[in-house]
Design a protein around this ligand. Structure first.
Ligand SMILES: Cc1cc2nc3c(=O)[nH]c(=O)nc-3n(C[C@H](O)[C@H](O)[C@H](O)COP(=O)(O)OP(=O)(O)OC[C@H]3O[C@@H](n4cnc5c(N)ncnc54)[C@H](O)[C@@H]3O)c2cc1C
Length: 512
C-alpha cells in the first residue's frame, strides 16, 4: 500500500484560534472542493455559508434519475480513500458513519479491438502473473512500473499533492536524486514504453493521463503517479452511487453548522478598498464576509464574478490563454437487459490511441474512433435500474469547447458513432436502450461553470503545468481564495478535496 499523507502536513486539524472564531466566510459553489473548504473552516470556528447556484450540491459530481434508472453523471472512479477520511476526522466525525466506501473488484475490465480482454485487479501479484502469461516479459515490467510509479508518489506527494502550492524553497528541500526519480523530462508514454512492450498494456497504463484530462503522448512522465494511486491502493465505490460521497460531505457540513444554500446564484464578488468583502447574489442580496472562497472554475470566477475589477481582467486574459484539459461526452443509457460480459467499470480501447489524442488535443475535434468507458453502478447497487436491466454511464474524451465544433448540431451523429464502437465490441446496444440522456461539453459548462467545458482546468500536457497551476490564494484580491479542480493541487475528487484543505488553511493563516 502507498503511504499517503492524508493526516499529515500543514494546516491539519485547523484548530480554533481566537483570530478565526466567528469570522464570516462565504464559499461560492458546493462542489467537493467548496464543501471540503467549508467543513474545515467551520471546524476552525468560522461562520461559514456555502452558496450554490444549482438546486443540488456536488457540481460535476452529480446524479440523475429517470424512467426507473439512476446514474452518476460525473465521477465514477474514487481513489485515495484516506483523503476523504481526513475531512471527517477534521470535523471530529468518522467517514463510515456517513458513507460506505467499498472496494471495486476488478477495478476495471479492459477490452481491445483484437478480442483481448483483461481484468485489472489491485492484487498486483496475481495481475503480474496473468500479464506474464499473456505478454511474456511484461509481468515483470508491470511490477517494475508499479515500483517506479510508487517512487514518484513518494517524491512528489509531499510537495505537489499534500501541501500548499510549491515554492522555490519546497524544491530545495528535495534532494536532486529524488527529483530525477520524479521523471519530469520524458513523456508518460515514453516512460511506460521503457517498462512494458505489449501495445495493449502500454495503452492501459497511458490511459491514466486522462484522469487529469491530458494525453499520455504529451504529459510529463511524472504523471505516472496517477497509476500508482489507483493500481496500488485500489478503487472505491460509495454505496448508493458516487453522489453519496457528495451527499456525505453536505451532511457533514450541515451537521457541523455550515449554512449550505442551494439555488443561490452569486453574481459578483464585492470588492471594497481593494479587498474581497463579500458577495452579491443574482437576486440582489448582499452577504458580507471576512473572506471569500470561490469553488467556481477560476477562469469563470475572474471572467464573471470579478468583471468589475480592472486588475482581475488581466488575470482573466492570462488564464483564458492557457491550453484547457479535455472535456467529456456522456451518454446515460437505460438498458433493458443484463450484460454479464461487462463489469462495474469497463474500457473499450480504440485501435489507434495516438491518433485519438491527436484529434482531441491538436485538431480540437472529437475522435472518430474513440475509446469508450462504461460504468454500470447497477452491477453493485441493483436498485439503480429496474429488475433485469442496467444503468450505463458511457463517457468518451472530448476536446474543450471552441468554435471549430458545434455540439448543438453534431451531438446526435457523435452519439451514433459511440454506439457503433460499443456494437463493434459485440454489445448490441441500440435495440435495448429504453432511456437515454446526452450530456455534451456545453452541458458540463452550463451545469458547473467549467470554462470551455474543460473537466480539470488547464491542461496537464506541459511539463510546467504543475508550476503554473493557479494558487489557492488570489494574487490580485486580498481576502479571496480558490478551492477546486482548476487550482492547486488539481482536478479529480480527491485532489479537489485537498484543494479545499489548502484554501481553508490559507484563509485561517491570514485571518489569524
Ligand atoms: C463526466 C465526468 C467524469 C469524471 N470522472 C471522474 C472520476 O472518475 N474520478 C474523479 O476523481 N474525478 C472525475 N471527474 C472530475 C471531478 O468530478 C471534478 O474534478 C470535481 O468534482 C470538481 O470539483 P470542484 O470542487 O472543482 O467543483 P465543481 O464540481 O466544478 O463545482 C463548482 C460548483 O460551483 C457552482 N457555481 C458555479 N458558478 C456559481 C455561481 N455564480 N454561484 C454559485 N455557485 C456557482 C457550480 O454549480 C458547481 O456546483 C469527472 C468529471 C466529469 C464531469
Amino acid at each position: 500500500m502507498l503511504r499517503t499523507a492524508g493526516r499529515s502536513g500543514r494546516g491539519v486539524g485547523l484548530l480554533r484560534s481566537r483570530g478565526t472564531l466567528g469570522r464570516r466566510i462565504v464559499v461560492i459553489g458546493a462542489g467537493m472542493g467548496g464543501l471540503s473548504a467549508a467543513i474545515r473552516l467551520r471546524a476552525a470556528g468560522c461562520d461559514v455559508t456555502v452558496l450554490e447556484k444549482n438546486p443540488m450540491i456536488g457540481g460535476k459530481l452529480s446524479q440523475l434519475s429517470q424512467d426507473g434508472f439512476r446514474w452518476d453523471t460525473g465521477p465514477s472512479v474514487i481513489t485515495m480513500r484516506p483523503v476523504f477520511e481526513d475531512v471527517f476526522h477534521a470535523a471530529g466525525r468518522s467517514l463510515d458513519d456517513y458513507v460506505s466506501l467499498i472496494p471495486v473488484e476488478p477495478m476495471t475490465r479492459y477490452f481491445w479491438p483484437d478480442g483481448i480482454q483483461l481484468d485489472v485487479t489491485a492484487d498486483a501479484g496475481r495481475l503480474s502473473a496473468e500479464l506474464e502469461r499473456r505478454f511474456p516479459g511484461d509481468g515483470d515490467g508491470y511490477r517494475r512500473y508499479l515500483d517506479y510509479a510508487a517512487e514518484i508518489y513518494r517524491v512528489t506527494g509531499p510537495v505537489f499533492i499534500y501541501s500548499d502550492p510549491p515554492r522555490l524553497s519546497s524544491f530545495l528541500r528535495v534532494p536532486m536524486r529524488d527529483w530525477l526519480k520524479a521523471d519530469p523530462f520524458r513523456t508518460m508514454s515514453g516512460a511506460i514504453d521503457s517498462f512494458v512492450t505489449a501495445p495493449q498494456l502500454r495503452q492501459l497504463l497511458g490511459r491514466f493521463a486522462t484522469y487529469v484530462g491530458g494525453s499520455p503522448y504529451l504529459a510529463p512522465a511524472t504523471l505516472n503517479v496517477i497509476a500508482a494511486v489507483e493500481l496500488i491502493d485500489g478503487v472505491w465505490y460509495p454505496r448508493g452511487g458516487v453522489y453519496a460521497l457528495g451527499e456525505a460531505f453536505r451532511r457533514l457540513a450541515v451537521d457541523s453548522g455550515v449554512d449550505v444554500r442551494t439555488d443561490s446564484d452569486v453574481r459578483r464578488i464585492v470588492i471594497d478598498g481593494g479587498r474581497a468583502r463579500g458577495v452579491e447574489l443574482a437576486d440582489g442580496t448582499m452577504l458580507p464576509a471576512d473572506a471569500v472562497v470561490s469553488n467556481v472554475d477560476i477562469t469563470t470566477t475572474y471572467r464573471n464574478l470579478l468583471a468589475d475589477t480592472p486588475s482581475a481582467r488581466k488575470t482573466y486574459k492570462r488564464l483564458a490563454r492557457q491550453e484547457p484539459s479535455c472535456s467529456g461526452f456522456v451518454l446515460l443509457l437505460g438498458i433493458d437487459r443484463e450484460t454479464p460480459e461487462l463489469a462495474h467499470h469497463n474500457v473499450l480501447f480504440s485501435a489507434d490511441y495516438r491518433r485519438e489524442f491527436d484529434q482531441i488535443f491538436s485538431q480540437h475535434r472529437p475522435a472518430d474512433d474513440p475509446t469508450v468507458y462504461i460504468a454500470i453502478t447497477s452491477k453493485t447497487d441493483p436498485d439503480h435500474a429496474p429488475a433485469g436491466m442496467e444503468n450505463w454511464f458511457v463517457l468518451v474524451n472530448a476536446p474543450a469547447l471552441d468554435s471549430s465544433f458545434d455540439w448543438r448540431t453534431h451531438a446526435p451523429a457523435y452519439r451514433d458513432r459511440v454506439l457503433d464502437v460499443i456494437e463493434r465490441f459485440g454489445f448490441a446496444v441500440r435495440p435495448h436502450i429504453v432511456s437515454e440522456t446526452i450530456l455534451t461539453p456545453l452541458d458540463l459548462q452550463t451545469a458547473s461553470g467549467a470554462y470551455r467545458g474543460a473537466l480539470y482546468g488547464a491542461s496537464a500536457n506541459s511539463r510546467w503545468a504543475t508550476f503554473r497551476r493557479p494558487h489557492n490564494r488570489s494574487g490580485d484580491v486580498p481576502g479571496l481564495y480558490f478551492a477546486g479542480g482548476t487550482t492547486h493541487p488539481g482536478g479529480g475528487v480527491p485532489m479537489v478535496t485537498l484543494s479545499g484543505k489548502a484554501a481553508a488553511g490559507m484563509v485561517l493563516d491570514d485571518l489569524s
